[in-house]
Design a protein. Structure first.
Lengths: 339, 339
């Protein structure tokens, strides 16, 4: 297990994959960023204020880059990938705005959450605006299969978020429930991002499927790593959002794996801490001790590595290319974040 | 002015138009209702619970009926109107769920608002789910002009709601601002509802435009009447939601018209009451006295009657038919609600 961890945590491998992705998509991303800014415009001041605050907060823009690189794999790009990439980023940002309201978050990407500045009300409505704009950008391409992919993703993501909400603090949440939640709320958008990219590249149906599978498995790995990072990651390093999932009562993999092995007292401890918005550092540390006692972070990371490997495996359906190598490296990058 | 009012308040004219609309669309509405229920399904229990609670609460379903009757006007229906009608109703219900969160509403359609039972969080997310499902139903028809109409409506509605929010308790809100708000938040969906109905009927471009104009003007009349009803309507009859707009600080036409004529003390009174969530019955009555002193409800109703007349005028572009008569009567009905 530790050898897996150390191979994934090799800092050089990690950053070079991301750097290559950024470089390969730089020109297209300029067009995407321009489109994003123009579609966040409105005569209603609060709309661009909130949209730009969120958009410019410095997210990685991994999803739109995945759309662009997936289109780039093929020689016959339609140009639609610019609209799809912007739409995917808008869908993601709409979800973030609504998630922050749902989770009552204080911070997002190291800055106060939009809802703390403009209020829950504006966050809900500007999220709706971004979702509407995302659909408009998709419709403009006139490509119905891509429209189907993205609109169905919107419904599935919301459904996954409701499922997650309904399972909050529910100690009987299973490993399978968790997989279903992250599949819906995270992997669906990654899958849609790579699939519509392939569609914009006029890829064959088999190639679209390969990139869709890559996106889905990557998304699963990505979310598990996020959930591990919320407990400090492989090194137990505590960041500014550490412990949010526990306070929000989210039944993530580290908690589920720990509960499966916990004794009565440990279970009682986790139960009392889950969803306790006032849980202090000591409570968090106590829960983290149970989690680490049962290797729940390491087992979670192993799981993420497996999904990252599935993502890489899906790429073998595609001809070898520099682009394919970048995608393979990104699968490593997504897990390496954890170390 | 009073003669206009009494003609609009004639109870027989009123209900017969609505009854005729219900009868004319009954068969199609069965298909729409079945589609609505099937698309509100989910393996996540809370989704159909909330969706059905809202959908079955007994709204008039005016918007989907308008879509169906607009398609019915033409002999060459594609069948798409069923999907559009269900999508329009889902968009409307998504807006209601989010509005209740934004307005912190206690009640909706005479029952506790969904957010009071399942919480704000679930209301936000199930609204998102309904929006996603609405887009899926539209995409299934494969009709791009209709998709453009409905997706652009989604963005404009949200933008209008943000504008309304940004103007809350703002005494400088103008008549023009108000018109812009209700145009975006209400008339846009009415316009989209009738326009996509005409598209499903394979109407000519001029006919589509006539029905779009009808829908927009009807929507304006409808919203003004809603805003008058919030101050008790023409008779000052107090219903269960009366005063909500005042407590929420909404700058609706009755308030704007009253402020334009109010003296210093009256302005101060309105200012202190607007947005005061704890405003009592006496405060409301005092504000209502200012509103009635300056005939603000009657002038508002006159304005609604003008829009209803515009709606009827737009119909003259269409050949006379039983269907056209129903639409004309519905314009009367929407204003007659106020009496």
């Amino acid at each position: 297990m530790s050898s897996n961890l150390s191979s994934a945590s090799h800092a050089t491998i990690d950053q070079s994959g991301m750097d290559a992705l950024i470089k390969a998509t730089a020109t297209d991303m300029e067009a995407v960023n321009a489109l994003i800014l123009s579609r966040a415009e409105s005569h209603v001041e609060m709309v661009p204020q909130i949209a730009r605050y969120l958009i410019e907060a410095g997210g990685k823009r991994l999803r739109p880059m995945l759309t662009l690189i997936s289109a780039r794999m093929f020689s016959d790009e339609t140009g639609h990938q610019i609209n799809y990439a912007a739409a995917v980023e808008f869908m993601h940002n709409a979800t973030l705005l609504h998630d922050d309201v749902v989770d009552e978050s204080e911070m997002r990407r190291g800055k106060p959450a939009a809802r703390k500045i403009w209020g829950n009300q504006a966050s809900v409505l500007v999220g709706d605006f971004l979702l509407g704009q995302a659909f408009m950008m998709m419709v403009e391409t006139g490509d119905l299969p891509a429209l189907r992919t993205l609109s169905s993703a919107a419904a599935i993501i919301a459904e996954g978020e409701v499922f997650q909400l309904s399972k909050a603090t529910d100690l009987s949440t299973s490993d399978k429930d968790y997989l279903q939640i992250i599949n819906a709320k995270t992997a669906t958008l990654f899958e849609a991002a790579t699939k519509v990219g392939a569609m914009a590249g006029q890829a064959s149906s088999a190639q679209q499927q390969a990139l869709a599978t890559y996106g889905r498995e990557l998304g699963l790995a990505f979310q598990i790593v996020d959930d591990v990072l919320d407990y400090g990651g492989a090194n137990g390093a505590l960041g500014k959002n550490t412990g949010d999932d526990l306070r929000e009562g989210k039944m993530t993999l580290p908690i589920i794996l720990a509960l499966a092995k916990a004794d009565k007292n440990e279970t009682a401890l986790i139960k009392s801490a889950l969803g306790d918005t006032k849980a202090d550092q000591k409570t968090f540390n106590d829960v983290l001790n149970v989690i680490t006692k049962y290797d729940a972070l390491e087992i979670s990371i192993e799981r993420a590595l497996k999904y990252a490997q599935n993502a890489r495996d899906a790429l073998t359906e595609l001809p070898p290319s520099k682009t394919r190598t970048i995608l393979a490296d990104i699968a490593d990058y997504c897990v390496a974040r954890v170390s």
